[in-house]
Ligand binder design. Structure first.
Ligand code: FDA
Length: 452
């Protein structure tokens, strides 16, 4: 077993951990980044599958994500816009397929009025929420003890309006059923993107991609750290007291003054803490769980939907794939569609054989784009639920009532241990932007402490 000493141990080489490590290095501190996997990037993973380059994890950048945008630019990476020319498709409750433009779904006028009215109310509530302190809102307890679904259903009995409003933060973001998380959690999700309206605007939230893939961000950050990034080193034990910490991984022991846990909070329990974490943390971490979504990639010889005047953007709260987009890579002649199958739908199709699942999902895509969608050259399902070092997608959130009960303690230091992850962020919550923000924040705090 190799034994080394550094100022700071960073556990996890995702966007948060690698940002923290680089910032600490810039401030003159020594670091060791211990990563469980044989690759860096965590939930950012760009790979070639059957000859097609796919973004298996995160990929989109939105215009409010300053921390990510700055990092992308600073690393010399280029971005390009998601293809969005032409009409979008909406499928209604009776299976009717409607083509439309703009961001309002082509629903009955009365339903559209209900959606617009509730959206306005939500935007006003979101404007009062500080994404870094949602629990501080005077109504936090009330809003955190009613489910997102129950609150929406109390506003209207128009089921189509409820389903359309619910899926923006439910299936599409927190990737949990709308009864499983609170109104406050939903408002936080929206506040982290600036407003509820921003969140439902695909042209905003899914604006740009990085040429060559978003995993280049962690790859380039790791390159700067050289041999201080140790792969295939899952941290098994953290031994700590008030002034020092030791991480024991499979092939290395690191002694340091501080440790940054830069991993999804659902994985903290994989580490043995000696002594155990305080009661509050042990309780709190049990109230956080990962969402679950399958990101489906289908690559065709050409983007055939564009020939029909379609942008590739498609939504339906009634479809297995509740949303889908043109995900063609920059400069690629082939066409790629990406679709998403979320929460209970994902559970359901994972009970099927791989062949049946593929058939069901492609059938759903064909409802948006026609029969040609059923015959991709390359088909791939990103299955983060079976990844030992992630356990779901996209990210983690509190169960009903957990956010106002525990949120304020989520990032509280424990002795020399600090916490950083997209799943703990305010602005950029559950996104790469939030991971970078958390990495910077924790690095600034440690630099200030160690210089004091
Ligand atoms: P992350 O989970 O990436 O990194 C944690 C690291 O810790 C991992 O590398 C893990 O292996 C490691 N680790 C865990 N336990 C360990 C241990 N005991 N010892 C050592 N290492 C350990 N975001 C976005 O902005 N735009 C988007 O389009 C999308 N889309 C999207 C799609 C899919 C399918 C997913 C899964 C996710 C997204 N996201 C996204 C979310 C985004 O990818 C995510 O929020 C960040 O990449 C998370 O970065 P972190 O560094 O916080 O955690």
């Amino acid at each position: 077993m190799r034994e080394i000493t550094r100022d700071v141990i960073v556990v996890g080489a995702g966007a948060a951990g690698l940002t923290a490590a680089n910032e600490l290095r810039k401030a003159g501190l020594s670091v060791a980044v211990l990563e469980a996997r044989d690759r860096v990037g965590g939930r950012l993973w760009t790979d070639v599958v059957d000859g097609a380059t796919l973004e298996i994890g995160g990929q989109w950048v939105s215009p409010d994500q300053d921390a990510l945008i700055d990092t992308v630019a600073e690393l010399g990476l280029e971005t390009y816009s998601r293809y969005r020319d032409g009409e979008s498709v909406y499928i209604g409750p009776d299976g009717t397929r409607t083509r439309f433009t703009g961001d309002a779904f082509p629903v009955a006028e009365s339903t559209a009025r209900v959606i617009a009215g509730i959206t306005e109310r939500l935007d006003a509530m979101v404007a009062e929420i500080d994404p870094d302190r949602p629990w501080a809102h005077p109504n936090a307890a009330d809003w955190d003890t009613v489910s997102w679904d129950a609150w929406l259903r109390a506003q209207t009995d128009d089921d189509e309006a409820v389903r359309n409003l619910a899926f923006a933060t439910g299936s599409a973001m927190l990737t949990k059923p709308a009864h499983a998380f609170s109104l406050l959690q939903s408002l936080l999700m929206a506040a982290s993107a600036g407003s509820y309206s921003n969140l439902v605007d695909a042209d905003f939230i899914l604006d740009k991609r990085v040429v060559g893939g978003l995993q280049q961000v962690p790859l380039l950050l790791a390159e700067r750290l050289g041999e201080d990034v140790l792969r295939e080193q899952p941290v098994r034990t953290l031994t700590w007291d008030d002034s020092a910490v030791t991480a024991t991984a499979d092939g290395v022991t690191v002694h340091a003054r501080r440790a940054v846990l830069a991993l999804a909070p659902v994985l903290y329990e994989r580490i043995s803490f000696v002594p155990a974490l305080p009661r509050l943390q042990q309780q709190m971490h049990q109230h956080i769980s990962m969402g679950f979504v399958i990101k489906v990639h289908a690559v065709y010889d050409r983007p055939f939907w564009r020939e029909q005047g379609l942008s590739g953007t498609a939504f339906s709260p009634y479809e297995l794939a509740h949303e889908a987009y043109d995900n063609t890579n920059h400069g690629d002649d082939r066409g790629t569609l990406v679709g998403f199958v979320s929460d209970r739908h994902a559970d359901e199709v994972f009970r099927l054989s791989a062949e049946e699942r593929r058939e069901r999902i492609l059938d759903s895509l064909s409802h948006y784009y026609g029969p040609e969608a059923k015959e991709p050259l390359v088909y791939y399902e990103s299955d983060w639920g079976s990844e030992e070092w992630t356990r779901g997608a996209y990210a983690a959130s509190f169960d009903l009532g957990g956010l106002h009960r525990y949120g304020a303690d989520l990032r509280s230091p424990v002795g020399p241990i600090r916490f950083a992850c997209s799943d703990l962020a305010g602005a950029g919550y559950q996104h790469v932007d939030g991971a970078i923000r958390m990495g910077r924040l924790v690095a600034d705090q440690i630099v200030a402490e160690l210089r004091a």
